[in-house]
Design a protein around this ligand. Structure first.
Ligand SMILES: Nc1nc2c(ncn2[C@@H]2O[C@H](COP(=O)(O)OP(=O)(O)OP(=O)(O)O)[C@@H](O)[C@H]2O)c(=O)[nH]1
Length: 841
């Protein structure tokens, strides 16, 4: 314990004048030595003062070889190992530099330099804090100063007292200069951290030394070393200094001259290089045909190159002085705001560069498209934008090409209306905004009626002209905000906000009216009508696809109900369509599954009442829906092509029964088989050659009558003519079904070999003496007879009808009055009876 301590070892650095240093005789002297001598007196504890290099001093304390270390600064790193006394002296620490190095003013200015310091010196810690990373370490201040003088290191850190001392001693205050004060340290005495008793002992002794005693010691040492330099020595220094200054000045002037010469050469080279670069850049710019601009953001001043002015049709300088107003006048109003806000974004640092395609007005008044690109150059210290520069490139041709491509992709080249693609996009967008604004929207699908006939009779060219005119008429009937498009062929579509159902109905009526008035096509007057289907959002459709589908369905419904009308979509249409689709699906398997039935309706000689012919008719025994009539499934079968197989099937049944019934019937007996236009399509011919089939079965051609519709003969393909000739050659007869309902150009009656006309049941049904139907029927019969044709009246239901038909010399009749279509077995019975219900005759 300290109470029994008889001696202590104090260790320190011995190159720290005036505190502790070696005198000329090698004795360790100084303030600290005197203080400890006094301490020894006061405490009676023997003090051994050991001085060594600073780093080793610290090591010795920590290893226990010494009890107290003198002249130590506190820092956080040392805090771990030492316990300190209160500070007893203030010691400034400075940065010293070789005279060739100037500009060192603060710790920050040291970063990047290597700094010399004494090993273990507290200033290293401070310098690291200031960002100095590279150090060169020395054992003593003396070594440090030698190193600076030999320029091994140009900056060093030293405590001011010893630094001053050694600099004076080495006569070198000129070459090494104090650059700035780094910090002020405080001297402490310290013991190792766990030896607090020792610290107490030290402090006890120190407190015993009075301030007067301390002041006397300091006075002794601090005064003496300055006084060590005599006045005469100073004068000598001054004079030799002045001589040196003069010499240095002369040398400086010489080196300055040389330096100026070298710099001038350098500058000349540099400007030559800059000129080359400028010319190269100009070349590149000229090659791009780019106009260039520079804009001083603060003052608003602008500069342009000649190409820029030329692009806009102006002479260089013509638009000067150039202001924001000038820019605004030149730039298209629609592009001005956009450009302005993009520039603002760039100036605010939100974009890397500014980029915008704008329209600018050429001097001659038209607009050119310009790719405007620019970038801010420097920023001031305050971070305010200063200059922007960039290019203007004329991209008018590119834009026009783009627009043309866009037009081709989105517009119909015939009518100049938007096409299906554009319309679809528009519908999608339109529905989005309608949803937001809770608006109703109508979509009209519009299809010209029997437009094919216009093409067929007047030629494609006039058909085109009609489409153009129709498009214009539609456009004229709707408001500007409505979208009118040509979807393809003779299909148009309109989308518009729906004001009211009444307004919609009125619009449809107007459209029908406008489209059905006559068209003059190259001098020829033509009439067509149109059918319109309407779908309404949100009433019947929630999506664009649904609207398109529903308006289409409604349009087909309008067509099926006689055309030249409009229909608004109803759920019933959807149901009908669903049923149709279900039927179509089942129908494909009907023949294979043996679900078809052949029925026969007798055709009677009106004069004798005898069954002389029969019409073969199909029924479909649907597994779930029961027996289905042909009016329901034939159109579907035609649509999906199943009619071909079905038609062949019924023909084969008819042929089969002719063989069976031949013995029962007279020589004139024949069975009629319907043949749909679909069955006349070319590629079916060879496969289903009815003539070969009859020949194969050994049946005469005259036993078969082929029933066709007059539509087939209006504009027949050469193929159809061939088939009909083929039939005639084989003795097969031909009947025109549903005569009087269709498009009656009667010329075909003489052109083809027709055997029968079948008067449509709509005439028979309304037959009454002297009425319109009666007159028509009579006219048909007279005409037919004149042409050598026989007439069959369909749909005879009453005795009166029979009698009237007889009176106007109709040849044959069929209908419920005689018999409905019946299964083969029943028909056979009828045949066996010879006459149908003789009672009815
Ligand atoms: N002239 C002309 N005809 C076209 C053009 N595009 C399609 N077509 C014809 O337009 C007709 C369209 O026929 P559809 O709509 O199927 O039938 P339609 O004859 O109008 O009869 P419905 O629509 O049932 O009333 C076809 O004959 C096409 O060949 C075109 O650009 N110009």
């Amino acid at each position: 314990s300290s109470a029994h301590t008889s001696s202590i070892t104090v260790i320190s650095d011995d190159n720290y004048p005036p505190y502790l240093f070696k005198d000329a005789d090698g004795n360790t002297v100084g303030i600290v030595a005197d203080i400890w001598a006094l301490w020894e007196q006061k405490t009676g504890v023997k003090v051994t003062l050991v001085s060594t290099v600073w780093e080793s001093a610290q090591q010795q304390l920590l290893s226990g070889q010494a009890d107290v270390i003198e002249m130590i600064f506190k820092n956080s790193e040392r805090e771990k190992n030492y316990a300190y006394s209160p500070p007893y002296a203030q010691v400034p620490v400075g940065i010293y530099a070789h005279e060739s190095l100037t500009g060192l003013t603060s710790p920050a200015s040291l970063s990047g330099f290597t700094v010399g310091a004494q090993k273990g010196d507290g200033c290293i810690f401070k310098l690291k804090e200031a960002g100095v990373k590279s150090f060169r370490l020395y054992n003593s201040y003396e070594e440090i100063i030698q190193a600076v003088l030999h320029q091994q290191v140009k900056i060093v850190c030293m405590d001011d007292y010893p630094a001053r001392y050694y600099l004076y001693r080495l006569d070198n205050t000129n070459q090494v200069r104090r650059a700035f004060g780094l910090y002020e340290g405080q001297f402490h005495r310290a013991v190792s951290k766990n030896n607090l008793a020792m610290l107490a002992l030290v402090e006890k002794g120190m407190v015993a030394i009075s301030p007067h005693e301390v002041a006397a010691i300091e006075e002794k040492w601090k005064g003496s070393y300055v006084q060590a330099f005599s006045y005469s020595k100073r004068v000598f220094y001054l004079i030799s200094g002045l001589g040196l200054v003069a010499a240095i000045m002369a040398l400086s002037i010489l080196t300055l001259r040389l330096a100026v010469k070298r710099k001038t050469l350098e500058i000349e080279n540099k400007s030559l290089e800059i000129e080359h670069q400028r010319a190269r850049l100009q070349n590149i710019l000229d090659a791009t045909r780019a106009g260039t601009w520079e804009w001083n953001v603060q003052t608003g001043e602008c500069q342009f190159n000649a190409r820029w002015a030329e692009m806009l049709g102006y002479a260089s300088g013509e638009l000067m002085p150039f202001s924001v107003e000038t820019a605004q006048r030149l730039i298209h109003p629609d592009d001005w705001q956009k450009a302005k806000s993009l520039v603002a974004q760039h100036l605010a640092g939100e974009s890397e560069f500014y980029e915008c395609d704008i329209r600018m007005r050429h001097k001659q008044g038209y607009w050119i498209w310009v790719a405007d690109r620019g970038q801010l150059i420097p920023r001031s210290a305050a971070h305010l934008p200063l200059m922007m520069s960039g290019t203007h490139i004329d991209i008018t041709e590119k834009k026009e090409a783009e627009q043309e491509i866009w037009r081709q992709a989105n517009y119909d080249s015939l009518t100049q209306l938007p096409n299906r693609h554009y319309f679809n996009c528009h519908v999608l967008q339109g529905l989005e905004s309608a949803k937001e604004n809770k608006q109703r929207v109508a979509l009209l699908a519009l299809d010209l009626d029997r437009f094919k006939e216009v093409n067929d009779t007047l030629g494609h060219h006039r058909g085109d002209e009609l489409l153009v005119q129709a498009g214009q008429r539609i456009r004229n009937e709707v408001e500007a905000q409505a979208m009118v498009a040509r979807l393809g062929g003779d299909e148009f579509a309109i989308m518009l906000p729906l004001v009211s159902d009444a307004a919609l109905a009125k619009l449809c009526e107007r459209l029908l009216g406008a489209l059905s008035s006559s068209y003059v096509l190259e001098g020829e007057r033509v009439f067509v009508t149109a059918s319109i289907g309407v779908s309404i959002f949100p009433d019947d459709a929630a999506t664009a696809a649904e609207m398109m589908r529903h308006s289409d369905q409604a349009m087909y419904d309008a067509k099926n109900n006689g055309r030249n009308q409009f229909r608004v979509f109803t759920p019933a249409m959807q149901e009908a369509l669903d049923t149709r689709m279900a039927l179509a699906r089942d129908l494909r398997l009907a023949v294979e599954n043996g679900e078809l039935r052949d029925y026969y309706q007798p055709i009677v000689d009106l004069h004798t009442g005898e069954i002389v012919k029969a019409e073969a008719l199909m029924r479909w025994q649907h597994p779930a829906l029961g027996l289905i009539g042909p009016t329901v499934f034939i159109p579907v079968a035609e649509e999906i092509g199943a009619i071909i197989e079905m038609g062949d099937w019924i023909f084969q049944q008819a042929a089969h029964h002719i063989l069976q019934w031949q013995s029962l019937v007279g020589a004139a007996f024949a069975i009629s088989v319907n043949k749909s236009p679909v069955q006349f399509t070319g590629h079916q011919l060879s496969k289903n050659d009815w003539v070969s089939h009859l020949r194969y079965m050994g049946i005469e051609g005259r036993r078969i009558v082929v029933e066709i519709t007059e539509g087939l003969l209006l504009n027949p393909d050469p193929e159809i003519e061939d088939i009909l000739l083929h039939f005639r050659d084989a003795g097969i007869q031909v009947a025109i079904d549903d005569f009087g309902t269709g498009y009656s150009s009667l010329s075909y009656l003489t052109k083809f070999d027709i055997d029968y006309l079948k008067i449509d049941q709509s005439f028979t049904r309304h037959l009454n003496e002297g009425n319109e139907s009666y007159v028509l029927c009579e006219a048909i019969i007279v005409m037919a007879h004149k042409l050598g044709l026989k007439v069959i009246a369909e749909g005879v239901e009453t005795a009166l009808q029979r009698d009237l038909l007889r009176a106007i010399h109709c040849d044959f009749a069929q209908g419920y009055f005689y018999s409905p279509p019946v299964p083969a077995e029943t028909f056979k019975t009828l045949l066996e009876q010879g006459k149908v219900t003789a009672t009815q005759m």
